[in-house]
Design a protein around this ligand. Structure first.
Ligand code: 5AD
Ligand code: SF4
Length: 461
């Protein structure tokens, strides 16, 4: 699990430390919380000891998530006591999916926590902090209603801060799919899409702030069905078509998609919309039809292959990544062999794999035939070894080819600048930081198996 400490500089007097766990949605939300708190005088710090407000932005998906959070909270409690002894205010807030799922339990187990806030209520953080100061600890983990997107829809002047060359943009939230292993439908609520007008206005702001690549985010991003500019409901590919028209936006990515929502229109858009990058993260979770049914994925192995065939027909070079769960209840050796054979057949450029972990309140947690830890560990190693081999092959296959690279930041070695190919390879070249923000053709001359090195070609795009 990645741990990201977000850092945003704004002028003023109080200090905020946000520690984020988990998915891209959480990274994005951390930035949003900082935005909401900036007018309250909160300036982000990297050092929790300096912070007047600590937010733990939690993720509930992975193993023992809540145990890790409580051990982290114990450390923050000690810090709070030390600061209190010096007469300094320290508020502790728990946000994210654990806050949503465990609510009052967090207060019961850790007395130092002042605010518990669910992902749909971050726009209320300033009020919640004020209430905590005046009348004690406060919890706000209700599922929000229409005001859910208020948080995302604040006036653009407030939220345009430098995000570099690439940026996330939330277009959809929540999930109605209820995969039997997953807490998201319970923690993030029902699926809801922002209107195209709001998304496009924000995309334009980002483009004028120098962003060239947007990653459109949503728990079920390709289920997007927001109100279009013409008043009709737009599918994802229509929105992407409109975003591609914005001056300065050269690249569009999106995450995370569900196979069920890979419509023909979207698959064809990968052929027709040159801004849609030839890379798709499409979680399949398992290669066994029996397990897919038990997971309530509502698609089969054959359907997944059909999607990939259709995508590759339009974009034979499209790079694919996925998520896998090993050791779902009832997964036999044969079922697991089906997962390996699916990976063998498709050939991924990357993938995330997890041991199944029962989440309280989900149907799979009550299923018989839970798989022993040792079996899960073996299966996980097998999946990871195979995916790692494919990742190396994917990188080595790039040797001798030329890609358009969007340069984003200093490269791995001194004197290098780094960026991404359309296929999401990390690419490093000798060059100056003036290249940041430019898309340049690069000839690939070396591969480490996980990233590439190349030479700039003359032409500028
Ligand atoms: N156990 C293991 N992995 C899980 N994921 C979600 N819930 C669980 C769980 N209970 C994985 C899925 C999902 C990714 C974000 O996390 O593979 O696609
Ligand atoms: Fe969870 Fe399934 Fe929804 Fe993805 S599609 S968020 S795995 S319930």
């Amino acid at each position: 699990m990645s741990i990201i400490k977000s850092q945003i500089a704004v002028p003023n007097k109080r200090k905020l430390f946000v520690k984020s766990y988990g998915c891209q949605m959480n990274v994005y939300d951390a930035g949003r919380m900082a935005d909401v708190l900036a007018p309250e005088g909160y300036d982000e710090t990297n050092t929790p000891e300096d912070a007047d407000l600590v937010i733990l932005n939690t993720c509930h998906i992975r193993e023992r998530a809540s145990e890790k959070i409580f051990s982290e909270l114990g450390k923050f409690r000690d810090m709070k006591l030390e600061r209190q002894a010096l007469g300094k205010e320290t508020l502790i807030a728990v946000a994210g999916c654990v806050a949503q799922a465990e609510g009052k339990e967090i207060f019961r187990r850790q007395k130092a926590v002042d605010v518990v806030v669910g992902p749909q209520n971050y726009h209320r953080l300033p009020d919640l902090l004020q209430k905590a100061r005046t009348s004690g600890r406060v919890i706000d983990a209700e599922f929000a209603s229409e005001d859910k997107f208020d948080f995302l829809d604040r006036p653009s002047a407030e939220k345009t801060r430098s995000r570099g060359v690439t940026s996330f943009l939330t277009i959809q939230e929540g999930c109605d799919k209820f995969c039997t292993f997953c807490v998201v439908p319970y923690t993030r609520g029902a699926e809801i899409s922002r209107s195209a007008a709001k998304i496009i206005a924000e995309a334009k702001d980002l483009a004028s702030a120098g962003v060239r690549e947007l990653t459109l985010l949503g728990q079920n991003v390709n289920a997007y069905h927001g109100q279009g500019l013409d008043g009709k409901i737009w599918p994802f590919e229509r929105l992407a078509e409109e975003i591609a028209k914005i001056d300065g936006i050269s690249r569009i990515r999106y995450s995370t998609s569900h196979p069920k929502d890979m419509t023909l229109g979207l698959m064809r858009a990968h052929r027709h919309n040159p801004a849609l990058m030839p890379y798709l993260h499409l979680p399949v979770q398992s290669g066994s039809d029996k397990i897919l049914a038990a997971m309530n994925r509502d698609h089969t192995r054959a359907h997944y292959f059909d999607i990939i065939d259709e995508l590759r027909e339009g974009r034979p070079d499209i790079a694919l990544s996925s998520d896998f769960i090993v050791g779902f209840p009832g997964e036999s050796d044969e079922d697991f062999a089906d997962t390996l054979s699916l990976i063998e057949k498709i050939k991924f450029s990357a993938a995330y794999s997890f041991k199944y972990s029962p989440r309280p309140g989900t149907p799979a947690a009550k299923m018989n035939q839970q798989i022993p830890e040792v079996v899960m560990a073996e299966r996980l190693s097998a999946v990871q070894a195979l995916v790692e081999k494919q990742r190396h092959e994917f990188h080595h296959a790039a040797l001798g080819h030329s890609f358009d690279v969007l340069f984003e930041k200093p490269g791995r070695k001194p004197g290098q600048v780094g960026g991404k190919s359309p296929f999401l390879h990390g690419v490093h070249v000798e060059g100056s930081l003036d290249l940041v923000g430019q898309i340049r053709s690069v000839e690939i001359v070396a591969s480490s198996g996980t990233s590439l090195e190349g030479h700039l070609k003359e032409t500028q795009t």
